[in-house]
Design a protein around this ligand. Structure first.
Ligand SMILES: C[S@@+](CC[C@H](N)C(=O)[O-])C[C@H]1O[C@@H](n2cnc3c(N)ncnc32)[C@H](O)[C@@H]1O
Length: 191
């Protein structure tokens, strides 16, 4: 792992101060930053679930000085949105307050989606896949099944893994790092 960007450290601290324990792990953040850096010119990135902004900080750190990429993050917890609103977000990044599954069909297509919320992953996965532009990338975290105690949760993970690994619209690979990820790309041509 490279050194952790100061903006990520600050976001992690903010999450800790609020007792929020669901921020993405560093091994996941590293990957999303790399993928963000590869976004095509004038591309769009979507994060599902802002939490307290750790994933967003990783995405923005990956983009570095680029301002041509629009970054949208969705969060329905108003308190969390307000906590982030205190931070100076760059003009090309925004947090949309609302329900992920209601918003997904309204936001257009994206070149990179980080699915880090219950909605759009454990439920409504198809809405997320539909929001991928041709050749777009999808990163889904929290896929390490051994981290789940309940059989209900384990079967949810299995269903999502199976859906991602067998969907003809996607090429997908499992990354056994951090909380466990699946990285997929949206085929431009589906037979
Ligand atoms: C795992 S946390 C996100 C962490 C964040 N990506 C990070 O790395 O810091 C999931 C977030 O999704 C939000 N969430 C869950 N279901 C949602 C929904 N249906 N619509 C909007 N936000 C939702 C939760 O309130 C929570 O803050």
């Amino acid at each position: 792992m490279n050194s952790v960007p100061p903006s990520v450290v600050a976001a992690e601290r903010r999450a800790a101060e609020h007792g929020f324990e669901h921020s993405c792990e560093r091994g996941v953040g590293d990957v999303i930053a790399v993928l963000a850096a590869a976004t095509p010119p004038n591309g769009r990135i979507l994060e599902l679930g802002t939490g307290l902004g750790v994933g967003l900080a990783w995405i923005l750190s990956g983009l570095g000085a680029r301002t041509d990429v629009e970054v949208v993050s969705i969060e329905w917890d108003a308190e969390r949105v307000l906590s982030i609103a205190e931070i100076d977000l760059p003009a090309h990044a925004s947090i949309v307050a609302g329900d992920i599954e209601a918003l997904l069909p309204t936001l257009g297509q994206f070149d990179l989606i980080f699915a880090d919320a219950e909605a759009g992953k454990w439920t409504g996965l198809d809405l997320t896949i539909a929001a991928l532009a041709p050749r777009a990338l999808l990163l889904v975290d929290d896929m390490e099944i051994s981290r789940y105690d309940s059989s209900h949760d384990r079967s949810l993970v299995e269903v999502v893994r199976e859906a991602l690994m067998t969907d003809p619209r996607l090429v997908a690979v499992e990354l056994n790092v951090g909380s466990g990820m699946i990285l997929a790309s949206r085929r431009a041509i589906v037979h």
